[in-house]
Design a protein around this ligand. Sequence first.
Ligand SMILES: CC(C)(COP(=O)(O)OP(=O)(O)OC[C@H]1O[C@@H](n2cnc3c(N)ncnc32)[C@H](O)[C@@H]1OP(=O)(O)O)[C@@H](O)C(=O)NCCC(=O)NCCS
Length: 199
Amino acid sequence: MEIKIEEISGTNLSEYGKIPISFSTNIILQVIPRVKGMSRIEFKETILKEPIKVDHDASPNLSPFNWKDNFDLSNWSFWLAKQGEKAVGGITLAFSTPGVNMLEGREDLGVIWDLRVNPEFRGQGIGKKLFVTALERARELGCSFVKVETQNTNPMACRFYSEMGGELGVINRFAYKDNPQETMLLWYFSLREGKFWIP
Ligand SMILES: CC(C)(COP(=O)(O)OP(=O)(O)OC[C@H]1O[C@@H](n2cnc3c(N)ncnc32)[C@H](O)[C@@H]1OP(=O)(O)O)[C@@H](O)C(=O)NCCC(=O)NCCS
């Protein structure tokens, strides 16, 4: 059945929040500094003995149900991917919101705050449809760049962002004080003329 992308309001994220964001993986991208000091960094696909399960919604601050209490959503945009009446994916674009560190106080930067596809519907092009929709909006808003955060423990998302034309702008091995084994990866998508590929 056809997938339709529908813009929704940030005041009602109940359907959105029910779409699972969790994933399991037995592969991580091990981040290896090669030289002391001014280090070269390499990524090595490493197979874990036991798969890990990651669920960002388990952290109350990250769950869409709580965004309205934590952030001013007036300049944010939200979309659902729907198959008939069923919400199978969602994406959120954050823009121009004082106090949101990820936006760096810049007016030419949009942030993909969240992207999720129901596990049963992954690998069917839905993430790509949502992503292109959000980047088109960012371009309309006058953004030169869109940025998104992921981790070395999410190789599927890394492949997805790389496939979407992203460039790895920041590798921060020391970003997460509660999760020191994880590395923060910030992907950047240039929206400047001729740069971003829209299918
Ligand atoms: C990341 C995610 C949103 C991708 O959505 P999706 O609908 O599965 O992705 P698509 O089918 O649109 O994939 C587009 C391209 O990305 C790449 N890709 C996506 N998933 C991949 C995977 N598991 N392995 C390798 N490449 C992958 C492929 O190149 C694919 O194109 P192709 O199928 O023509 O080869 C989805 O896997 C998801 O919801 N993951 C859990 C939540 C998450 O990690 N969100 C991002 C947080 S930063």
